[in-house]
Design a protein around this ligand. Structure first.
Ligand SMILES: Nc1[nH]c(=O)nc2c1ncn2[C@H]1C[C@H](O)[C@@H](COP(=O)(O)OP(=O)(O)OP(=O)(O)O)O1
Length: 160
């Protein structure tokens, strides 16, 4: 099981607007998501969050501006090599301008218009809570098509 990061850029918490990226290549291509990717060997989790944020949408933030809001395990019973966990963060303060990169095309969405139909199918089960300011932990198990959700368990947690 490998570890990844996922960072949502918001204008406050509860969020009114969230920055999502349309993934242009690789895992999750064609889906909107927060910014993130694999944590490299010997890399701290927050350092990985900041590296991926800058690589994917050009924004520069500091470790103290990152707020951990979630931890999920993604399980693919038909494709165990894809099993991974994700450390989810929110950032409300940043520097630099948003830019499209080779990996992602960023776009702001009002929270009421988050494009869940064009996102990973599990997101509707936990992202609304996160954008409201809740913290969550859980597990998502995918079906045989490695896309549909077979089972989801999400619990609210008070802190990380
Ligand atoms: N079911 C799911 N729901 C979700 O919201 N995000 C998911 C997800 N499954 C994976 N992700 C996120 C986690 C992570 O930010 C990203 C996948 O990262 P990967 O590193 O596997 O992909 P990349 O193709 O970007 O590879 P690298 O650039 O080499 O890290 O997608």
């Amino acid at each position: 099981m490998y570890s990844t990061t996922l960072c949502f850029v918001v204008d406050g918490l509860p969020a009114r607007n969230v920055l999502l990226g349309m993934k242009k290549n690789g895992f999750g291509k064609g889906k909107y998501n927060g910014f993130g990717g694999k944590i490299e060997q010997n890399e701290g989790i927050k350092a990985a969050v900041l590296r991926e944020l800058e690589e994917e949408c050009g924004l520069i933030a500091a470790e103290q501006d990152l707020e951990k809001v979630g931890e999920l395990d993604f399980i693919f019973p038909e494709q165990p090599a894809w099993d991974h966990d994700v450390h989810i963060y929110i950032v409300k303060r940043w520097q630099g301008g948003i830019r499209e990169t080779e990996e992602m095309k960023p776009e702001w969405f009002p929270v009421a218009a988050v494009p869940y139909a064009t996102m990973w199918q599990d997101d509707i089960h936990w992202l609304p809570q996160v954008l409201q300011g809740e913290k969550i932990k859980g597990e998502v198990q995918f079906a045989a098509d490695n896309e549909s959700v077979r089972a989801v368990t999400i619990t609210a947690v008070s802190s990380f």
